[in-house]
Design a protein around this ligand. Structure first.
Ligand code: ADP
Ligand code: MG
Length: 399
């Protein structure tokens, strides 16, 4: 894989016997009794960590967890993460008492080839989110090589994601980061056509920049989720109790006009699954012209699913962000599951999923390994797709 800006892959860097700092994303959910409840993000970094262990590097891991606001708050300790990582690696993981300081320096200095240390939550230090130069220099002094494998925080310019890279001679991308850059870059280049974007989720206001950016690249956009309601209302439909962003109607109208001018096809729902409330045990499909008073649209209907499935089947490049309905509830998940399956069935297309809830939906549908790529970054993947330069990626550039 050829990465942009001369970014090096960890496998190309000299790491034998060297101290290698790896910025990882161990921002995982914890149970009340402080155990890791979902270790997906820890598992995601294993290829990079095991690669470094096999090459006799001395590994220093750094991550944030939650929002401790620059203070040492024990409830945000990485201790449960260190324990889980040790189980997964089947070797000891040395957790430091603070992210930096005498204790951390000693742990890092005592590392032998193939051993692993984890710095305590980087956000215990206020300098992390401030991208403080002193903290960046201190972190850099703990290593000879800097690797970033935390794509999910690449859109943040923090001391460990951007600042410290300037003070380390050798730097590069880990396996997770490299795959993200490789696949997402393809979507910004010369793609196979038709290029379809499927966009859904909660709000037009969250995604309008993404939609605007996609307009310049795609052949068609299929819209679903609560976001579709605002577009439908902008077209004069009566949405009744459905979630609509009234203040975004002009934005939606403007978007539809621009799409028309550029020749981009916009697919909107022709039918929806409605119910009186989110708690209803079941919904029923109605035409978009006949939403009953007192009811709200909570998923796309069967005719819309067919139309979107056809668009997915015909496309050769597909980017999907945002569920088609309230997929957390099985009675309103059919539209989202159908899109996930259609993407998985299209073996001729480059199929990419981005966004936290969308990634969860693809996992729920059981097809995460049947699409080309599920991005680990929510905000980061959306910014990347917009063509925004991410500080965490720029910091790895060598050319
Ligand atoms: P992502 O995290 O993939 O970017 P979003 O956060 O934008 O996606 O949107 C996901 C949320 O949108 C889900 O919680 C889902 O329940 C909600 N949602 C989708 N469709 C509807 C709808 N018709 N009405 C209300 N909420 C919806
Ligand atoms: Mg979300």
């Amino acid at each position: 894989m050829a990465l942009p800006y001369g970014i090096k892959h960890v496998s190309e860097l000299p790491v034998e016997g060297k101290r290698v700092f790896v910025r990882v994303d161990f921002n995982v959910p914890l149970t009340k009794d402080k155990r890791v409840s979902d270790d997906t993000r820890i598992r995601a970094t294993l290829p990079t960590i095991k690669h470094l262990i096999e090459r006799d590097a001395r590994i220093v891991l750094g991550s944030h967890l939650g929002r401790p606001d620059g203070q040492h708050k024990p409830e945000y300790s990485l201790e449960p993460v260190a324990a889980r990582l040790a189980e997964l690696l089947d070797q000891e993981v040395f957790l430091t008492d603070e992210p930096v300081g005498d204790g951390a320096r000693k742990v890092v200095g005592d590392l032998r080839d193939g051993q692993v240390a984890l710095l305590e939550n980087l956000r215990f230090n206020p300098g992390e989110e401030e991208n403080d130069e002193q903290l960046a220099r201190t972190l850099a002094s703990y290593c000879d090589v800097y690797i970033n494998d935390a794509f999910g925080t690449a859109h943040r310019a923090h001391a460990s994601t951007a600042g410290m890279a300037a003070f380390v001679a050798d730097k590069g991308a880990g396996f997770v980061m490299a795959k993200e850059i490789d696949v997402l870059s393809k979507l910004l280049g010369d793609v196979e056509r038709p290029y379809l974007a499927v966009v859904g989720g909660a709000k037009v206001s969250d995604k309008i920049e993404v939609l605007d950016a996609l307009l310049g690249r795609v052949n068609a956009i299929a819209i679903g989720g609560a976001m579709a309601n605002t577009f439908l209302k902008a077209q004069g439909k009566e949405l009744q109790k459905s979630r609509v962003e009234e203040d975004k109607l002009p934005v939606a109208r403007n978007f539809l006009r621009k799409a028309g001018e550029r020749g981009v096809t916009v697919h909107l729902p022709v039918d929806v699954v409605v119910a009186p409330s989110l708690d209803a045990a079941e919904g029923r499909a109605v035409s978009i012209d006949h939403i009953p008073p007192g009811e709200m649209a909570l998923d796309i209907g069967a005719r819309t699913i067919e139309a979107y499935r056809k668009a997915v089947k015909e496309a050769r490049t597909i980017f999907w962000n945002g569920p088609m309905g309230v997929f957390e509830k099985p009675q309103f998940a059919a539209g989202t599951v159908a899109i996930a399956n259609a993407m998985a069935e299209n073996k001729l297309a480059l199929t990419v999923v981005g966004g936290g809830d969308s990634a969860a939906a693809v996992a729920q549908a059981g097809v995460a390994d049947k699409v080309t790529h599920v991005s680990t970054g929510g905000g980061a993947s959306l910014e990347f797709i917009q063509g925004v330069e991410l500080p965490g990626i720029k910091a790895l550039a060598t050319s």
